[in-house]
Design a protein around this ligand. Sequence first.
Ligand SMILES: [Fe+2]
Length: 355
Amino acid sequence: MYANLLRALALSRQFFCLWAHGPSFQSGGVAQLGERHVRNVEAAGSIPAISTIMIPRLCIQCVCFSWFFGFIAIRESFLSIRGVWNRPRDEVGRVPGHTTSIQWFHSWFGRYVRPFWRDRKAEEVYAISLKIIHSQRVRREIVTIGKGIGLGANDLFLAELIGLFHDIGRFEQFHLFHTFVDNSSVDHALLGRQVIEREGLLGDLPDRDASIVLDAIYYHNKLAIPSHFKGLRLLMSRLIRDADKLDILRVFHSLYEKGGGCATVNLDLPDSPAISRDVREDFLAGRVVDFKNVRSTTDFLVMRLSWLYDIYFPLTFKMIRDRGYIASMEDQLSQVCGKEEICNKVRQILSDEDR
Ligand SMILES: [Fe+2]
């Protein structure tokens, strides 16, 4: 766009020179302009002659120049912006000067998800819109937590990218398999990494930053972060896991407040008041419940409670508690068989966090 503006400036300058000084000026430049003015002054012989002839002409020239330049600049800017917006999907991610702007990534996200909900059945629109809202909210949560722990501008930029794209695999997953259950379809984090690589989305980022983003996305849904992760890679992986859990708990909290869940959000799990043995053991031992052991909506509830063991930042824990998500989960346990042990453990987690 800047190249186009410079071209417009050069064009308008040539136009101005041609109009103001005739064709002879084109090959002469500033030196000839100076000589010409000196000759004009000498020919006129006096200052009043110069001001009466030159000043009105210069004023008209300035007005015309401004209008012409303004028109060209606006036209070139409009064409440049339209060119970026209309670029075909297979070219997105490779627009020089745009891929390092967070606004560009937002536009890309909007263009990418549009075909997955447009002209679809109501339940598909509902499922996809849940993931669009979740992606945007996780993006906001990760920035909030990042600012809370004092991240700098570049780290916040990477965190925002990770938040926005951590579930980008969900859209193709639902399109291909009509489910969000990874065990019966595909690992959505793996698919997300493949989508980002296939689209060349991070092509203009430094290699280290791109690999940190991809790793944080790939490991955001795994049981644990690899032990060899260090520094910024570890920090970003922790941030996305916290932000993701924070918003998933928000989804279930708001559904509970409205009077129940739905099959899509509950991953098509059957209702049952009992807790599976493996799930109970994991929770009481202070381990995050493995989703492969989850058999019912109650197991799923206990699994979400077990995420409290996997919250890294005190700020995230505070947000979870202050927003009433823990109280809401405790309330949901009221119908569960053998809830006392689980509730006692939750109280212990809360008191440990207070210390
Ligand atoms: Fe997520």
